[in-house]
Design a protein around this ligand. Sequence first.
Ligand SMILES: *Cc1c(COP(=O)(O)O)cnc(C)c1O
Length: 369
Amino acid sequence: MAKGEETRLEIDFKALRHNFILLQNQVPKVPIMGVVKAFAYGTDSVVIGKKLVKFGATYLGVAYIKEGVRLRKEGVKVPILVFYPQLKDLRKLLEYNLIPSVYNFHFLNELKSSLTQNQKKHFPIHIKINTGMNRLGFDLKDLSQLQDELTSSNHFKLEGVFSHLSAAGMPTEDAFTKQQIEKFKIAVEALKKNVTSDFIAHLSNSSGILSHPEAAFDMVRAGIALYGYGNNINEQKNLQIVASLKTRIAQLREIHQGDSVGYDRKFKATKTTIIATLPLGYADGISRIYGNHKAEVSLHGKKAPIVGNVCMDTLMVDVTDIDCREGDEVLVFGKKHTALDFDKEKQSIPYELITRISQRVSRVFLENE
Ligand SMILES: *Cc1c(COP(=O)(O)O)cnc(C)c1O
């Protein structure tokens, strides 16, 4: 056994490539933006971003300017769209040639001042349209004022128009999704007619690609599915999990009726029980909500529930019925025991679990691609 870190996140490039190809086959020839926000969903944004470009992603997407700057500093050259640019970082946005999502007039005006100050013209932007998510974006009623703003100055180059689907992975909400697609078409047609026809329109996230491939427009934005998770059983079917959180048993202990485990004595044994202590805790991203039998890990192919409260750096599992030794490998979640399997009570979603693996957990890349 190689002596590596006990707790590590293993990243499988082959699975990443498989998912990229699967998504590309859903929408043949449509360019794919690889979404690498939040450390590429908890993996590593630079390494994964570069792989995705190699696989054929034509754009990368991030949430914050800082995330885009990091990619640029590491030599990423493709266009990078920033979904939620913060006003205080606008200078960096210009300096590093990142494309902002422009979602309201306040932001548009602030950007305009910043461009004037820096003597920049025809700066590429993507306009975000609100089609029903009601989070960020211009409403359809804002379109004529927006068109005036865009045509009355030479600050901006309208390079993209996009929106976001709220429930594309929920078949029961398909009528709503269709309505979002129709609203988006109206906005795109209006901007084509009144501003320029030379921009790309994009709407679909992973669930859009997998469940509504007809709504691909000129580009799709792939996030969670690249990492191997779908938003329903059908979407999940052919995806491969990219990241596996693994650790090793630090200590085994036999306890007896009446003995307790961990802080606040939350677990009390009713019979002789074998407890394994694992060297990862809430500071590594395993929330306290998973303590007290709310989640289970996998060890020698069998499931072991978390007992007692999760500690900062450790957690304990019940391995009474599993033949195991100190040092044995444990899969917290990953390939054969997914984030959905770990989260037995479905208190969260894979997005949250995988993006929370903290930066102190080593990322290990399987060079298998
Ligand atoms: C995060 C995000 C995506 C990717 O969504 P997935 O469901 O992970 O595919 C796409 N577009 C925007 C605007 C996002 O914020």
